[in-house]
Design a protein around this ligand. Structure first.
Ligand code: MF3
Ligand code: CO
Ligand code: CO
Length: 290
């Protein structure tokens, strides 16, 4: 690409004023990429318009999570929460992307106690005192996606469960601290895995985070275990989720045979998860949905 041509990122700026310096830096790293570290494909690098699009989806997504927070109480059924969130997101001119995704039947995932993720809201599922639950919401707005989840506790929760929720949040936060340019994806999993283990917990490896943008699930896959300085290089403009699923018992999970979605711990131990959508900036990161 010539210096005076428009940059490949779609910013509308001249290449020399946009990603020229970036390309020179990446090309200078070619020996790293020959050792097995992965060069980020250009299609994963968002421009300012893309980032603004994801941010706006994130504002609606965060509002939907706030609405969920206000509805959590003993006696509440999870379908009522799903319906309220569906209507809220639609009222903003956006779409709750889980609905219809690979046939998923509801607008959000609500995962209680030993449910790791993809719990399907139902009138028959009633929140009760002592439950811990994750509400996971993905919003699409003007063709851009944002994805985040939070844990909630119903009334008084036993201290061991509360500690799992707290440590899982810390796992996510430590992982997000590693989201900065010129780090590697393996750096995220390395700190998350070590901290979970140090606290006596296990990390689910069957599922993980992902890139997000014009698709709900884009490359790269974000493992929550890993080795420092391995995998894909993180560069400014990448947007991804950090969403560790942490189990009190063993890491093994299985999918409900009847509904084909609900993921539970095999040993029925409690599981927790927190998720944010995170942008890699020039200096660190910025949260686009949480
Ligand atoms: N929000 C989930 C994630 O974090 C995806 C849920 S897909 C669904 O990646 F179909 F189960 F809703
Ligand atoms: Co999610
Ligand atoms: Co996600």
């Amino acid at each position: 690409m010539m210096r005076n041509e428009l940059c490949w990122c779609g910013s509308g700026r001249k290449y020399k004023k946009c990603h020229l310096a970036y390309d020179e830096k990446i090309n200078a790293m070619k020996f790293d990429f020959m050792k097995g570290q992965v060069r980020p494909p250009k299609k994963l690098i968002k421009n300012e318009a893309d980032i603004e699009g994801i941010r706006l989806a994130g504002v609606i997504n965060d509002g939907a999570l706030d609405l969920a927070a206000a509805m959590i109480e003993a006696g509440q059924n999870t379908e009522a929460i799903d319906t309220a969130i569906h209507d809220f997101i639609i009222s903003k001119g956006a779409y709750p992307s889980c609905l219809g995704f690979e046939g998923y039947p509801k607008s959000v995932c609500i995962s209680i106690n030993d449910v790791v993720c993809h719990g399907i809201p139902s009138k028959k599922t009633i929140l009760k005192e002592g439950d811990i639950l994750n509400v996971d919401i993905t919003t699409e707005y003007n063709g851009y996606y944002a994805d985040a989840s939070r844990m909630f506790m119903v009334g008084n929760v036993n201290p061991a469960a509360e500690r799992l929720v707290k440590v899982t949040k810390e796992c996510m936060e430590l992982g997000i601290e590693q989201v900065k340019p010129w780090n590697y994806i393996g750096d995220i999993g390395a700190v998350v895995g070590a901290y979970a283990k140090q606290n006596g917990y296990s990390v689910v490896t069957a599922l993980g985070g992902h890139g997000v943008g014009k698709g709900m699930h884009e490359d790269p896959f974000i493992s929550h275990v890993g080795e420092p300085q391995t995998g894909m290089l993180l560069v400014p403009g990448m947007v991804l989720t950090v969403e560790p699923m942490i189990n009190m018992g063993k890491d093994a999970v299985n999918v409900d045979k009847k509904d084909g979605w609900t993921v539970r711990t095999k040993d029925h131990s409690l599981s927790a998860q927190w998720e944010k959508t995170v942008l890699v900036t020039e200096t660190g990161n910025r949260i686009l949905s949480s």
